[in-house]
Structures are given as structure tokens and as C-alpha cells.
Design a protein around this ligand. Structure first.
Ligand code: ADP
Length: 173
């Protein structure tokens, strides 16, 4: 831990194209693939990633990766060295799961520190099929990474569309 704060950067684009040490995957607890970010990472990164996910299921994560936790694999053919898989909570209007969304960012940074990753790219976790409202997801994401002690030098939020970009920009400014 350096005691320095990471630089937060925002990019509108595709997380699979980022030249960073680690890209974070908005996975599901099966670790065996899905749509959205997960589908794009496995498509572009190739079968090595899924093979390592299957090994994780066969060893440490027999019941899957719990919501809010994170685990790393190879990044296969991606430009990154590692994929850090984390499972976001499904948004629920009647149940405040923000602590689980915050945990995804915190645990991913903890894994990044274990790996020695200097640059980490995050998608807007839980804002796709898991239904989290973008503005609130941006608030949780930015507040959490700002409050987390880490040796990571750059945290890059990679936002897929203009609406997501603007929501994050409003929090980073
Ligand atoms: P979740 O299941 O956690 O909701 P999704 O992958 O469905 O995860 O969506 C998370 C966010 O990532 C959404 O805002 C979606 O628009 C965005 N997204 C989808 N594909 C990509 C990609 N290739 N790069 C970056 N963001 C993406």
C-alpha cells in the first residue's frame, strides 16, 4: 500500500478492448458465462478463461462465487493480464443491497492488490440485466473506490453508452 490515491478515469467504450493489467467482469455466480460484459469477455478472451472458471467451480467455488466476492483468472487473449470476476447483486426495490454492490468494488480491488495490478478497468456492475439504476450504481461505485485503500494507480470506469458515461462523470467531477 503506497498511501497514494488511485487516479479515477472514465472511458466510453468496450471493456474488452482496454489495455490495463486487470479487467473486472460483471459475472454471475455460476462463473460459467452469461450475457453483457461476461459474454463479451469470454467471446473476446477465448476458452482459456472459461476453462479456469470451470476449475474454480471444481475446487474452491463448488456452489459458485457468492454475490459481492471476487476471484481472478487469466485474461486469455485479452490485452489485460487478468480478469477479476465479481458477482453484483440483482437490484431489488424492497431490499437495500448497496453494501453488496460496494463489496464488488472493494473485493475486486483487494484481489487486484494481491495480483499486483497497477491499472484496473471496471464496468458499471449490476446496471445491465441485474437492473441497478445507473445514477445510484455510479454513486456506489465512485464512493466505494474512493473509500478503499489500494496500491492500484489507475481505476478506469469503462462505460458502454453515453448515459452511463454521464452518470459516472457527474460523480467523479
Ligand atoms: P450485470 O449482470 O451485473 O447487470 P451486465 O453485463 O448485464 O451486468 O451489464 C453491466 C453494464 O455493462 C451495463 O451498463 C451494460 O450496458 C454494460 N456493458 C455491456 N457490455 C459491455 C462491454 N463490452 N464493455 C463495457 N460495458 C459493457
Amino acid at each position: 500500500m503506497t498511501g497514494h490515491h488511485p487516479v479515477l478515469t472514465l472511458v466510453r467504450g468496450d471493456i474488452t478492448e482496454q489495455h490495463v493489467d486487470a479487467v473486472v467482469n460483471a459475472a454471475n455466480s455460476s462463473l460459467l458465462g452469461g450475457g453483457g460484459v461476461d459474454g463479451a469477455i469470454h467471446r473476446r478472451g477465448g476458452p482459456e478463461i472459461l476453462a479456469e472458471c470451470r476449475r474454480l467451480r471444481a475446487s474452491h467455488y463448488g456452489r459458485g462465487l457468492p454475490t459481492g466476492q471476487a476471484v481472478a483468472t487469466t485474461a486469455g487473449r485479452l490485452a489485460a493480464r487478468w480478469v477479476i470476476h465479481t458477482v453484483g447483486p440483482v437490484h431489488s426495490p424492497g431490499d437495500d443491497r448497496a453494501h453488496l454492490l460496494a463489496s464488488c468494488y472493494r473485493e475486486s480491488l483487494r484481489v487486484a492488490d494481491e495480483l499486483g495490478a497497477g491499472t484496473v478497468a471496471f464496468p458499471a456492475i449490476s446496471t445491465g440485466v441485474y437492473g441497478w439504476p445507473m445514477d445510484d450504481a455510479a454513486r456506489v461505485a465512485v464512493e466505494t473506490v474512493r473509500d478503499t485503500a489500494t496500491a492500484v494507480a489507475e481505476i478506469r470506469f469503462v462505460l458502454f453508452d453515453e448515459r452511463a458515461y454521464e452518470a459516472f462523470a457527474a460523480r467523479v467531477r
